[in-house]
Design a protein around this ligand. Structure first.
Ligand SMILES: [Zn+2]
Ligand SMILES: [Zn+2]
Length: 154
């Protein structure tokens, strides 16, 4: 076997199937804290031939392949803890709802009921108690000053 074999390219990333490669850990690698396993034969392996280990564990338990709209949630929120008792099957919708509620406890943001700057609840929370809009203003004051100047000119 060749020591270095390009599996597939995705964008500009290249995955090497080789012992000498520092990213090669016997067919698994981590992406955003989640463990991916090399499974070229899996029907749902992505473009790069990897499948989330959590999905494989769940599929083994259910003895079927997961659908694309099914998500495996980590109950203790440790995303590389792929023990079956830590995994819960959800739909994408259920999963999004769960995380939105869990993060904010039903409030607009975890520690804020509305934007600390403008008081809106309509615009999603960006960070530090500011909505997306106010956060943009804070981060790019020049851009907002320009926009405002243009509006005044009209
Ligand atoms: Zn989750
Ligand atoms: Zn705001």
């Amino acid at each position: 076997m060749r020591t270095s074999q390009v599996l597939k390219t995705r964008g500009r990333r290249v995955y090497y199937h080789a012992e000498g490669n520092p990213h090669w850990k016997g067919g698994t690698y981590r992406h955003h804290g989640r463990v991916q396993v090399l499974c070229p034969d899996h029907p749902n392996s992505g473009q790069n031939n990897y499948v989330l280990r959590a999905r494989l564990v769940m599929e083994k338990q259910l003895v079927r392949f997961l659908n694309q709209d099914e998500v495996v949630h980590h109950i203790n929120h440790v995303t590389d803890d792929d023990r079956i008792q830590n995994l819960q099957l959800m739909t994408i919708l259920e999963h999004n709802t769960y995380h939105a509620q869990h993060q904010t406890n039903g409030r607009w943001a975890r520690n804020f009921d509305c934007c600390a700057q403008c008081g809106t609840k309509e615009v999603p929370h960006a960070g530090r108690g500011l909505c997306n809009r106010c956060n943009d203003k804070r981060r790019w004051p020049e851009k907002w000053a320009r926009l405002k100047a243009r509006q005044n000119a009209i």
